[in-house]
Design a protein around this ligand. Structure first.
Ligand code: ZN
Length: 315
């Protein structure tokens, strides 16, 4: 049963206490009922401090341990407001916007929360694309008119998969990759698209190995210049156009490459749910995914970003 508030009034009424937020997290984290991680027992008593005590072995389990809320010192009510705010935005979220709306004193906290929540927006290895899927790469951060304050002139290479839905676009997946070699493209495809699907690409050699994998592969060789890829792989290129517009609007042109992955996740989350009329359902999905991802402490997140940056600069 998908259970979520359908509007702001219902949201405010429902999540007005820490206990109500914990109860919601508990339900989404253990939809089939609690299982003790130590003894496998199926009973658990919830304490008012967010712990579940196993009556069989006495083990304590924290409701937020192992989720993006692990070790947070802020009230869950504030996190819930952050998630509601993010999902009620039609466009992208900014750390400054979040700081203002939630009344957070620290910009750093807003930034960290936003990146944690973006991580929860796309679950690698889940909800794979299937059927006919177009795949192509594009460069982002190229010198385009109207882009201001770019932090780097270096372009980022992004691979995009767009599922066909008749003439329209179904769901999408995307990832920043180091290069367009098979070693970079194939892991993305295998983690994003179900085996047995038909993958439609241009004649680039990086895709040549797909035949040996469990995919059907349709190749449309571009006779002329790469520009005409727009007509041959129209869905992917429409997504690229939307992504570039979105990035320019959300980041005011300041695409910081070290964080591009998070923005790609946010874009994908919003795009794949663009037809959903219910904001409450988006909220539900985000909370559901937030209790399923691993926690990422701020230090680790920044370290990861630094490593990435160093690696990029070596190329
Ligand atoms: Zn137990």
């Amino acid at each position: 049963m998908e259970d979520f508030p359908s509007n702001l009034m219902e949201f405010e009424t429902r999540f007005s206490t820490e206990e109500a937020c914990r109860k919601y997290l508990y339900q989404l984290r253990w939809p089939e009922g609690f299982i003790c991680p130590r003894c496998g027992g199926h009973k658990g008593w919830r304490t008012d401090r967010g712990l579940i005590v196993c009556p069989a072995c006495g083990h304590n389990t924290s409701i937020t341990a192992g989720t993006i809320f692990e070790n947070t010192r802020k009230p869950l009510m504030l996190w819930f407001r952050a998630m509601w705010w993010i999902t009620s935005l039609k466009t992208g979220a900014s750390a400054l916007g979040m700081q203002r709306v939630l009344g957070l004193t620290s910009y750093e906290t807003a930034w960290t929360w936003l990146h944690k929540l973006r991580r929860a927006m796309v679950r690698p290895g889940r909800d794979l694309l299937s059927g006919r899927v177009e795949v192509d790469e594009t460069y982002l951060g190229a010198s385009e008119k109207g882009l201001r304050g770019r932090k780097t002139e270096k372009k980022a290479l992004v691979v995009i998969a767009a599922q066909e839905d008749g003439k329209a676009i179904g769901r999408i997946r995307m990832r920043r990759i180091q290069d367009a070699s098979a070693n970079s493209l194939e892991p993305f495809i295998e983690e994003s698209i179900e085996p047995g699907s038909l993958i439609h690409t241009d004649g680039w050699e990086g895709y040549a190995g797909l035949k040996k994998k469990e995919y059907h592969h349709e190749i449309t060789v571009l006779a002329k210049h790469k520009e005409s890829a727009f007509e041959l792989l129209p869905r992917v290129h429409q997504v690229v156009g939307l992504l570039k517009t979105w990035l320019a609007g959300t980041l005011h042109g300041g695409v910081s490459h070290e964080h591009l992955d998070y923005y790609l996740d946010e874009f994908t989350f919003r795009f794949n749910r663009r037809t959903s009329k219910s904001r409450g359902k988006l909220f539900y999905r985000l909370v559901q995914q937030a209790v399923q991802v691993d926690p990422v402490p701020y230090k680790v997140m920044v370290k990861h970003v630094r490593e990435r940056r160093n690696r990029d600069h070596k190329i």
